[in-house]
Design a protein. Structure first.
Length: 125
């Protein structure tokens, strides 16, 4: 790592194709070998499509989409009041909401390196 700038990887710049080339000599011809080097990292920069959702009582809200930057790709879980609601990037509620359903809905994006969260507030009126 001491040879990398700032002694660490740059997720964008260092994930790339790397090639090693040798020239021919008395032992044999030159060779060329390439490989793609991909830096893995925990989810970061988690966001939701709507920070606050207003829903009329007795109706079904629209979808809220969660996104996170991660390698390998993140898996998503939605949590409300310590209850897991789904395992999808989209929060999909298929039943009419009551005022008791108001609150913070948390998206947890995770992979083998860690997790990141984002929240939306659903306000049932």
């Amino acid at each position: 790592m001491s040879n990398w700038p700032n002694h660490k990887f740059d997720i964008e710049a260092d994930s790339a194709n790397y090639t090693c080339v040798s020239t021919g000599n008395t032992v044999g011809p030159g060779i060329k070998s390439s490989t793609y080097f991909s830096i893995e990292y925990a989810p970061e920069n988690s966001t939701v499509s709507d920070d606050r959702v207003y829903v009329q009582e007795g109706t079904i809200p629209g979808r809220v989409i969660c996104n996170a930057r991660a390698n390998p790709s993140a898996h998503y879980n939605w949590i409300f009041n310590s209850t897991k609601l789904g395992q999808d990037q989209a929060l999909i509620i298929n039943t009419p909401m009551t005022r008791n359903d108001s609150g913070i809905y948390t998206c947890v994006a995770s992979n083998k390196h860690g997790n990141s969260t984002a929240e939306t507030f659903i306000d049932v009126q």
